[in-house]
Design a protein around this ligand. Sequence first.
Ligand SMILES: [Zn+2]
Length: 167
Amino acid sequence: MSVRTPTPRQYLTTLTNGWRFTLPTTVRKAHGWEAGTRLIATLRGASLLLTAELKQNERPVSTDGNLARDFDGDESTVECYLGSGGKIVLPVSLRKRLGWAVGKRLVIVDEGDAVAVTLCCDAKRCESCSSISGVREIIHNVYLCSQCWNNYLREMHARLRLGKAKA
Ligand SMILES: [Zn+2]
């Protein structure tokens, strides 16, 4: 028995000034979201989940009928609105918790019933010192910053010289 899962579609975007990022038109069209659509932003680990509505079983239970208060009390679930051109402002209360920074690249994955947004820099961290500046793919799937790469080359040259001197 096999269940066919369609490969999720991924898009890249950048977190720009004002903590704004853009949802691609394809994603917006697929969900029927347009400028002014009210969205629910939820945290899932290091990802931000965007849905048009809370699922029934995730809806905050209100005992006193004050839904607004319930919403405010739950910091990980925040309302936001889709702006023109698919722009979304990252809700203030989620910024710190996500640890994103303006200028960072984001990956947007359409999961069908939700849209997940995740910081896209893990793959570009230097595997030796975790720096994110000047990092490039040395060989397939191996990322090093220029400093570590140069250190590595110097070390290799030194070893080669040593080998020759011994011979
Ligand atoms: Zn490094």
